[in-house]
Design a binder for this molecule. Structure first.
Ligand code: SF4
Length: 89
């Protein structure tokens, strides 16, 4: 049975509040890929790897699989930029 990804939500360890799966897809650092923690955050809830393989290129999935934590400063700058983007939509 396929999971309904439109209604998935969980607590984001970076933001400290609940976010939808769609949020994780939309707010990666480059504006194209999902958040770099998407596999780490969702693997216990559903088959995120298969979802990514079905929706992104092999190269993109590899980049997400090998993504490493960024410094706190880099993460903060990214979060501020994402918040700015959201406020202008
Ligand atoms: S994937 Fe990123 S935005 Fe989504 S819950 Fe995890 S840390 Fe938060």
């Amino acid at each position: 049975m396929a999971i309904d990804t439109d209604n998935l939500e969980q607590r984001c360890p970076r933001l400290g509040n609940r976010v939808t799966f769609q949020y994780c897809l939309d707010y990666g650092s480059d504006g194209r890929l999902p958040c770099w923690k998407v596999i780490d955050c969702w693997w216990e809830i559903f088959d995120i790897l298969t979802y990514l393989k079905d929706n992104f290129s092999e190269e993109d999935v590899k980049a997400l699989e090998t993504a490493r934590p960024k410094s706190k400063i880099t993460s903060l700058v990214e979060l501020i930029e994402q918040a700015k983007k959201r406020s202008t939509k």
